[in-house]
Design a protein around this ligand. Structure first.
Ligand code: MLT
Length: 203
């Protein structure tokens, strides 16, 4: 068994590497076509969450009564940040230049890594993220640039939760851009186009 189930595709060394975190039930290479569309030519690194629930891969667990398991979240965030460091060293990628592209469960752990000050990556595209817990004190994320999408018909991310997340990131002084649309939890062509425009403008 490999130490980290991961996917790497070399790209143009001057372009920022894209770090891919899949949604629940996804895999390390799941977001590669999308990442390639968002950032043509960038090196791609995807890391698979090491947990499974009901046969579906995840980055952190739920408790038996269905809440987010904050102990698992803490352990897995540490594990994932170590995995990034080791794989970045292996493939000669600069972690600080990485742009994280996360969907759902993957977007959630990326956000958690920022809000607990464990992340070295500074830019992110988060598709349908949510706030997993209360962050006190709220850290200073003034170096962080983040684009986040929300669907008003999403049965997983509530309006209240997304508002709490945007409030937290704003209080943390992150440079936040929000995309809202009448859509559900799945990705839409409109949000991909908006994310791509944002990335091009922010580089
Ligand atoms: C989570 O468990 O992280 C969220 O509910 C999103 C998802 O379903 O993956």
């Amino acid at each position: 068994m490999p130490k980290y189930y991961h996917y790497f595709r070399a790209g143009i060394a001057t372009k920022p590497p894209i770090l891919m975190f899949h949604g629940t039930g996804g895999y390390e290479d799941e977001l590669a076509p999308l990442a390639q569309q968002l950032a043509p030519g960038s090196p791609l690194l995807g890391i698979r969450g090491r947990l499974t629930e009901q046969g579906r891969t995840r980055y952190f667990a739920h408790t038996p009564d269905g809440h987010f398991d904050l102990t698992s979240l803490a352990n897995e965030t540490t594990w994932l940040m170590t995995a990034i460091d080791e794989l970045a060293a292996k493939y000669k990628l600069a972690v600080a230049r990485m742009i994280v592209v996360g969907y759902s469960n993957g977007a959630n752990i990326a956000t958690h890594a920022w809000l607990t000050q464990q992340a070295k990556f500074k830019t992110g595209i988060l598709f349908h993220p949510m706030q997993l817990t209360d962050y006190q004190p709220i850290p200073d994320l003034n170096e962080i640039k983040v684009w986040a999408s929300y669907g008003s018909l999403d049965p997983i991310v509530t309006a209240t939760n997304f508002a709490a997340l945007t409030q937290t990131l704003t209080t943390a002084h992150a440079d936040l851009t929000v995309f809202k649309a009448e859509q559900s939890h799945a990705l839409s062509p409109q949000e991909l186009a908006a994310a791509k425009n944002w990335l091009q403008a922010s580089q």
